[in-house]
Write a protein that binds this ligand. Structure first.
Ligand code: ADP
Length: 675
């Protein structure tokens, strides 16, 4: 078109034509100036007959090409060499469409090669000129660099795709709330959470979406929802709320909604976007866990009650077995073989008694009812004490107990003395029990990482088979020892482990079959973090072995309130040895109260589980009556859990003794109270 225009300049013309031509020339020069200065823009005029493209503007220069290069590019047969191979067919298709359809060629983008390599994105807009038959003669248009826009568009698309992928994979629904238009939009996933697949409008049933949604929310949760939303709008906290909502089939679903309000420059809320997460399964699982925990607590409570009553039932007959064997053991007229038999009965009774105590211990630890009393103590002194207690057992089999205190004799730690002693006794006793005759037990100490005091107990016994080592802390698992002559119940180590853990420590072991085992415990050097709950009065275990010597000279009257005739007889036999003690029996609390008032005993021994009025009630009456308030009352009961003992001492019993009764302990209390 431009060429045709120039050709027409050479024909003859009139003055008026000359003027027109001069105007046109000026206009052309102006356009050419503009074209030349238009960096990155190219104007082309493609003559289809000549197969040549006439380019003006700074487009090709911008791509690094010279005027000579442009000459080559201008040959239309060469043009596609400069187009990215992937875009050639798209370009051709667009040109073909332009030829066929009588429309503009709009917005075709393609990549064009730069002289020094690389491509820029170019957009073309063109129009076709046609001859009388409608054949395209010229295609004229503009080409310009759109690389930046294209890159932005690609980045945007990538980001959108990424967001879509994230939303898709997160299973979250999204929502948007435009305040000034009062519009609320929920993505279809939000409705899917509620079990719907239908069209949103159908679910909303013509009501505004927000209103439709709120109508379904659980009334108990709506208030909290509104409060958190209002706080967020006042910029006082994040919007993160969990609520119940009624879905398809009137089923309740749980949703966690999180969102962020956008404010305008005046600080007014304008738009809020957020996501909904379906947390129904999570909530249901949570509810199941809570229920399971409650069930477990109930079961544990039931177990504790069962253990408590079982222990009570077992202790009562055991009281008679051990009581009478104690009486028999004191009988000097017995033949040696009879003495052996009595010793056997006592030993078996002791084992049974120990087993009951272990079971109760374990139950208490597992129920978290074990109270620890922390105090500063010397672990080395405690070890020495324990060694003394195990010495006899070791001597019987010629096993030597060797303690290496090292430099730690003066170290002190904070622990529960009774419980740490129980732990050490169990480890050292095991090291002796599972040792060979004439074997050795080494006990050593160390400080671990400045934090723990380590006590190591090593033996030269038969060791623990590798395949059984993982079962060592299982309750009642004796790893095959149940058929051996070695006594035990299989709960010592598990109690040991729990006690050590409760003191904030740890326990571990290594063992080699045929060589021996090493058990070690680490007890924290300091215990600031642990709060101990003190037990009123003395702990259940009496540490010192009691003597059977009564240190009372004058006469004393003792009232024993006990409903079991067998226990009454036992007490009669036990006290028959002491002529200075006069025993009176009462079969229930009322009789006991009567005798207390009328006979003025020096001491009352009171059973707790009595028919009608129990021991606690009887004590209260005694304490509130001026005539009896001064009489010391000892509890003697088969209710032997630590909380029973605590309760008894709190109530005002001067001592709380448990069945099976250890005679020496009773005498000790007499000595203390009656002197
Ligand atoms: P118990 O000694 O009453 O059976 P424990 O809980 O103390 O119960 O120990 C559980 C089991 O671990 C024992 O029966 C025994 O088989 C094994 N065991 C414990 N200590 C040792 C040890 N030092 N050497 C070998 N085996 C041991």
């Amino acid at each position: 078109m431009i060429k045709a225009f120039f050709q027409s300049l050479f024909s003859r013309r009139s003055a008026a034509e000359e003027n027109d031509i001069s105007d046109m020339r000026a206009s052309l020069q102006r356009h050419q100036r503009i074209f030349r200065s238009s960096h990155g823009y190219g104007y082309f005029d493609w003559d289809l007959k000549k197969q040549k493209m006439d380019w003006s503007g700074g487009y090709w220069k911008y791509l690094g090409y010279t005027d000579e290069d442009v000459e080559v590019i201008s040959m239309s047969s060469n043009y596609f060499d400069y187009v990215h191979p992937e875009d050639v067919s798209r370009m051709q298709e667009a040109i073909w469409k332009l030829f066929k359809a009588h429309t503009l060629m709009g917005e075709v983008t393609y990549r064009v090669r730069k002289k020094n390599g690389g491509y820029i994105w170019t957009e073309i807009r063109a129009d076709a000129t046609r001859d009388d038959q409608g054949w395209v003669t010229f295609v004229s248009g503009i080409a310009f660099d759109v690389t930046k826009q294209k890159q932005m568009q690609q980045a945007l698309q990538l980001s959108e795709e990424r967001h879509a992928r994230i939303l898709q994979s997160s299973n979250d629904g999204i929502w948007e709330w435009v305040l000034d238009q009062d519009g609320f939009h929920y993505s279809s996933r939000c409705w899917e959470h509620l079990g719907y697949t239908e069209n949103h409008e159908a679910i909303a049933q013509g009501v505004d979406h927000m209103a439709a949604w709120r109508k379904r929310m659980h009334p108990d949760d709506l208030q909290q929802f509104d409060r958190i939303l209002a706080q967020h709008i006042r910029k006082q906290g994040p919007f993160d709320v969990e609520y119940r909502i009624r879905g398809k089939g009137d089923r309740w679903f749980w949703v966690r909604a999180r969102g962020q309000m956008v404010f305008n420059e005046k600080g007014e809320p304008v738009r809020m976007s957020g996501s909904n997460m379906d947390i129904t399964e999570l909530k249901e699982a949570e509810e199941r866990v809570i229920k399971a925990k409650e069930d477990a607590e109930k079961a544990s409570q039931a177990k504790s009650e069962f253990l408590s009553s079982m222990s009570h039932e077992l202790r009562t007959p055991l009281n008679a077995i051990l009581g009478y064997s104690q009486i028999l053991a004191m009988d000097e007229s017995l033949a040696p073989v009879q003495r052996d038999h009595v010793a056997e009965i006592t030993r078996a009774g002791d084992i049974l008694s120990r087993l009951i105590k272990d079971c109760l211990d374990l139950a208490r630890i597992e129920a978290g009812h074990l109270n620890l009393i922390y105090k500063t103590l010397s672990p080395c002194e405690l070890i020495q004490r324990c060694l003394g207690m195990v010495q006899n057992l070791a001597a019987k089999r010629n096993i030597s107990l060797v303690f290496y205190p090292g430099n730690f004799a003066s170290v002190s730690i904070t622990a529960d003395q009774t419980r740490l002693e129980q732990v050490l006794l169990n480890l050292i006793t095991n090291a002796v029990k599972y040792n060979r005759d004439r074997g050795r037990v080494n006990i050593a100490c160390a400080i671990e990482a400045d934090t723990y005091f380590r006590i190591l107990v090593q033996d030269t016994g038969k060791g623990i088979p590798q395949e059984k080592q993982s079962q060592i802390f299982q309750p009642f698992n004796r790893l095959g020892e149940e058929n051996s002559k070695t006594e035990g119940s299989g709960v010592g180590l598990v109690i040991t482990q729990r006690l050590v853990q409760q003191m904030g420590g740890r326990i571990d072991f290594s063992s080699q079959e045929g060589v021996g085992s090493r058990f070690w415990i680490d007890i924290p050097l300091r215990q600031e973090a642990l709060v101990s709950t003190p037990v009123v009065g003395q702990p259940p275990e009496a540490p010192e072995p009691a003597s059977n010597e009564l240190e009372i000279g004058g006469r004393r009257r003792i009232l024993y309130v006990e409903d079991s005739p067998s226990n009454q007889r036992l007490m009669e036999h036990l006290l028959a040895r002491f002529p200075q003690l006069e025993l009176q029996l009462a079969g229930d609390a009322l009789k006991g109260l009567f005798y207390a008032r009328t006979e003025h005993p020096d001491l009352i021994i009171m059973d707790i589980n009595l028919p009608g009025m129990d021991g606690f009630e009887a004590l209260e009456v005694l304490q509130s009556d001026l005539a009896t308030a001064h009489i010391p009352v000892i509890a003697l009961s088969a209710n032997a859990m630590s909380h029973d003992i605590e309760k008894g001492l709190k109530a005002g019993f001067v001592s709380y003794l448990t069945k099976p009764l250890e005679f020496g302990l009773l005498i000790e209390v007499f000595n203390r109270v009656l002197k």
